[in-house]
Design a protein around this ligand. Structure first.
Ligand code: ADP
Length: 770
């Protein structure tokens, strides 16, 4: 098999069909040779005739296969001639001169016939292949030929033409009539006219487009062109033509026109100007916006050189731009355009290049007059903002999940970071934070970002020289439509000075409080000393009388009369002590207030302002509900303010123990009985037990560890002295202390004006309460 393959020059990859064909040719050839040899030998026909029979056989066999196999058969035939027919028989060679010539003639003839047959076969096969290719090409291009013979009246159509007309391949004597029937009625006349005109000597060449309506109803657009061959007398002999199905082509052209019109509309409606330039910077096309911007008509602009309207770029800049464009990416630059009236405006140009019958540049030009103006305004605003930030010691920064996006100059200054080192990262910023505050700051920032909320944060930073600064930051997250944080804007204020001042105020307040405490102790001392002095005497007398009584009880016999007398003395001494305390109270009660007319609402507001710090420190929400018109009262403004102050401080103290719910304090004024004023101080503290409602007004009644228990007692004395009444009321929650003040005219008449040493006492007592 390998031998055959080599002989036939068939590579192992060769087509199996060809191999089988060669094998069949070989088998058939040898069989034929054997038969012819046998027959001719039996008939003793001689070398010439046998050779002739061999030539016919080999010619026939070579029609089946390759030239090589035929050569091989020719050689085998020569061997047969030599062995069986050229004497001496049954041996090779040694034959006579005539037989040598005959065998050589046979071999030559055989090889020539074989070669010619092979060539013929190749030509036939090439023709077949070409025909197949041509048909394929026709089918692919929807393109075919037709021929009309005017002598025989025959019309020939290629397969593709038949297909285009929706018919089977035919040779139709009456084609011309049927052909017209297949044409769309609207195009029929046109096609018929073109066909007739083409047959006039000197007439136009046959070239017509028409629609074909197929039997299944589909419509195809075709273009038919033909050439006529004439005889000597000028009569048409034949007409050969081509027919092209251009349905898709025309559809594509139509689509293209529509899309071009649409594109043109887009381009003309665009807010940017479009310029199409060639390699020499000559305008090839522009859109409407380009015309409007420059004040030219389209026809005027086309053909102009870029230089005619570009006042910003010189040739050197242009060649630099072209170099950049040659790298492939579009280039954006700014220049100045000049209108037809000579005025100029700044523009931004984006250029891209492409090939279309030469190098083309598409320039998209945007008028940036507004942008330039806005930039200028923005620059000025930024300068103002920087100045404002410098004056207010407020810096601004913006950051997102990836780091800092912006730091204002003042921010760098506050944090003492170098602006030349660029935007600081989180690590650099945290390094500046005081080591004791660092973890808290880091944790708080993370927490706020997680909870997506605004935050205010105060912490310390350590400056370059080691000095400590207090910084207050407020950050505001900006959210996307999905609710994610896009970036966070933060303000940074250097509050070092404010913080120092605050510390001073706190120190002063502490000092004040300490002082008040000392004073309170002093007053207590004075009071105790005076009480002791006054009460000691009756107590000593009572003790003596009691001891005398005891002795009399021990005597034998007992003198009951004397015992009674001694006990009566004890009672008398005790009464005396009570009288002393009573006198002190009476003294306080009898101290008449000063007399002035004033608006009590105003007085209340002043008191609240005075104790604002204490109220805030105890996290109490203070509210006033004052009568709309002025609450005019007559009396000692300072004393009445002290009463109010004392009630407010008591309420605040009472609420200090409240851990749940609101700590609320309401001071209200409203019209009282007979034109007087009713004042109420209401709290949401623990309240007062019903049986203690009156006791709280007794002197020295207190439930507080450091209380004295005379505040309410003195308050009542003051209110009494003004002709009013002070009492306590239990509420659903908390307590309400209320006092009335008579109308201005009445209270002024109620008491005279006396010494008010109690004023100092009350003021100090009140001050020291909280
Ligand atoms: P001190 O405040 O020194 O105790 P006060 O005479 O001002 O003296 O008060 C006497 C007592 O009355 C207080 O110790 C307290 O028990 C009670 N008290 C006063 N005001 C209130 C109040 N708003 N709520 C509950 N108890 C109060």
């Amino acid at each position: 098999m390998n031998l055959i393959q080599n002989l036939l020059r068939v590579s192992p990859e060769a087509d199996e069909r060809r191999l089988l064909q060669a094998a069949a040719q070989l088998v058939l050839g040898f069989t034929g040779l054997a038969i012819v040899t046998f027959v001719c030998f039996q008939l003793s026909v001689g070398v010439v005739r046998t050779g002739f029979a061999f030539v016919i056989l080999i010619s026939l066999v070579s029609l089946l296969g390759s030239f090589t196999v035929s050569c091989f058969l020719s050689i085998a035939a020569v061997a047969c001639l030599d062995y069986f027919f050229a004497p001496p028989l049954f041996q090779f060679g040694n034959y006579v001169q005539d037989d040598v010539e005959r065998i050589v003639a046979f071999l030559t003839t055989s090889l020539v016939v074989t070669a010619l047959t092979a060539k013929l076969k190749r030509a036939a096969s090439a023709l077949r292949e070409n025909r197949t290719r041509w048909e394929k090409a026709e089918r692919m291009a929807h393109f075919g030929w037709w021929e009309r013979d005017f002598t025989s009246k025959h019309v020939s159509l290629s397969d593709e033409v038949s297909r285009i007309f929706g018919m089977r391949p035919v040779d139709l004597p009456d084609w011309h009539r049927r052909w017209l029937d297949l044409i769309h009625p609207d195009d029929r006349a046109k096609a018929a006219e073109a066909a007739i005109a083409a047959l006039n000597p000197g007439g136009p060449q046959y070239d017509v487009e028409y629609r074909v309506v197929r039997a299944d109803g589909t419509v195809r657009m075709v273009r038919s062109q033909g050439d006529v061959t004439w005889d000597r007398s000028g009569k048409p002999l034949r007409q050969f033509g081509v027919l092209h199905d251009i349905t898709e082509l025309r559809q594509t052209e139509r689509d293209l026109r529509v899309s071009e019109a649409r594109f043109r509309t887009f381009v003309d409606q665009a807010t940017d100007a479009f310029f199409l330039l060639d390699d020499r910077s000559i305008v090839l096309d522009v859109n409407q916006q380009a015309c409007d911007a420059l004040g030219y008509g389209r026809a005027e602009l086309i053909g102009k050189h870029r230089r005619d309207f570009d006042a910003g770029l010189d040739d050197a800049a242009i060649s630099e731009l072209k170099k950049n464009l040659a790298r492939g990416a579009p280039v954006t630059f700014e220049t100045v355009h000049r209108r037809k009236d000579g005025s100029t405006f700044p523009v931004e140009v984006r250029v891209g290049q492409f090939e279309q019958g030469g190098r083309r540049f598409m320039c998209v030009v945007r008028d940036i007059t507004e942008r330039k103006r806005t930039e200028e305004a923005l620059k000025r605003s930024a300068a103002y903002l920087a100045e404002a930030q410098r004056l207010s010691h407020t810096g601004t920064s913006v950051f997102n999940a990836h780091g800092s996006l912006y730091w204002s100059e003042e921010c760098y200054r506050i944090w003492e970071l170098d602006v030349r080192c660029g935007l600081p990262d989180g690590r650099r910023v945290l390094e500046r934070v005081h080591p004791e505050d660092r973890d808290r700051v880091r944790e708080q920032i993370r927490k706020d970002l997680r909870q997506k909320r605004e935050r205010a944060l105060e912490f310390r930073i350590v400056g370059r020289d080691g000095a400590i600064k207090f910084i207050e930051t407020n950050s505001y997250p900006l959210f996307s439509a999905q609710g994610d944080i896009i970036e966070v804007v933060a303000t940074h204020v250097d509050v070092t000075e404010r913080r120092r001042a605050q510390e001073q105020v706190e120190k002063l307040q502490q000092l004040e409080s300490d002082l008040a405490h000392m004073q309170r102790l002093g007053i207590m001392g004075e009071l105790t000393a005076s009480l002791a002095h006054e009460i000691l005497h009756p107590i000593a007398t009572a003790r003596n009388n009691a001891r005398a009584g005891m002795r009399l009880l021990d005597a034998d016999p007992r003198n009951i009369g004397e015992v009674r007398e001694a006990l009566a003395c004890v009672v008398r001494d005790a009464d005396h002590a009570r009288d002393i305390v009573g006198r002190i109270r009476d003294h306080i009660r009898k101290s008449h207030p000063r007399k002035e007319t004033f608006d009590f609402n105003e007085a209340v507001s002043e008191v609240i302002a005075m104790v604002r710090n204490t109220i805030e420190r105890n996290s109490v929400l203070a509210r006033t509900s004052l009568m709309e018109e002025k609450a005019i009262v007559c009396g000692d403004r300072v004393q009445l303010q002290q009463v109010t102050l004392n009630l407010i401080l008591n309420a605040v103290e009472a609420m200090a123990s409240v851990t749940e719910g609101v700590r609320e304090l309401v001071v209200s004024t409203e019209p009282g009985e007979a034109g007087g004023t009713l004042v109420c101080v209401r709290d949401w503290g623990p309240g007062i037990q019903p049986d203690e409602m009156e006791r709280v007004f007794e002197p020295f009644y207190t439930t507080k560890i450091s209380g004295i228990g005379i505040g309410l007692s003195i308050c009542r004395s003051i209110v009494d002295a003004h002709g009013g009444r002070l009492w306590a009321e239990a509420c659903f929650r908390g307590a309400a202390f209320k006092f009335t003040l008579p109308p201005a005219s009445e209270s002024s008449a109620a008491r005279g004006v006396g010494e008010v040493h109690v004023e100092v006492l009350a003021a100090r007592t009140a001050d020291s309460q909280v």
